[in-house]
Design a protein around this ligand. Structure first.
Ligand code: GDP
Ligand code: MG
Length: 163
């Protein structure tokens, strides 16, 4: 079976956009409504001749007791259980938020490799608060723009090192 890469993070950071970029197809639903992706979505992907399965998840809102966010969180946990590598996506435009810290606390429990992906860095200049993301405890943040495709090749180079 191909290795599995799971994309997780709070709603609206651009997980589905990154998924589409990696999958090379427009499969996941991208909308302005936070948390619109309610089911796990799988795609087969390939980078430098290495094949893997990429899984998009709905956003994690760790503290919510509402039914749908709870279901989305369970699906994200399932995807993380199955994964060899986890992509923890945050929003470089919004900066570090309390919800990112909550997701980080969930992820710190896993022994799997976690790559911290700072999405929405749409040009070569890193935002001033970029290095705040170091506080999350997952090492060097990787800047990408999923909508433009900047930095995603470097990200995939890091991903396939784990297979
Ligand atoms: P998800 O909820 O984490 O799956 O986020 P989506 O992929 O649905 O994206 C949420 C919003 O962020 C949409 O309006 C996207 O167009 C926007 N977005 C996603 N990636 C980028 C990016 O790299 N740059 C910018 N500027 N916007 C992005
Ligand atoms: Mg989504």
């Amino acid at each position: 079976m191909n290795p599995i890469v799971a994309i997780v993070g709070r709603p609206n950071v651009g997980k589905s956009t990154l998924f589409n970029r990696i999958a090379g197809e427009r499969i996941a639903i991208v909308e302005d409504t936070p948390g619109v992706t309610r089911d796990r979505i799988y795609a087969q992907a390939e980078w430098v001749s290495k094949h893997f399965t990429i899984i998009d998840t709905g956003g994690i809102e760790p503290d919510s007791e509402e039914l749908i966010p709870k279901k989305m969180r369970q699906q994200a946990e399932l995807a993380m259980d199955m994964a060899q590598v986890i992509l923890f996506v945050v929003d470089g435009k919004a900066g570090l938020t309390p919800s990112d810290r909550d997701v980080a606390l969930m992820l710190l429990k896993t022994k799997k490799p976690v790559l911290l992906v700072v999405n929405k860095v749409d040009n070569k200049n890193l935002p001033d608060d970029f290095y705040d993301f170091y506080e999350l405890g997952f090492g060097e943040p990787i800047p990408v723009s999923s909508s433009i495709g900047l930095g995603t090749g470097d990200l995939l180079d890091e991903v396939v090192k784990n297979f």
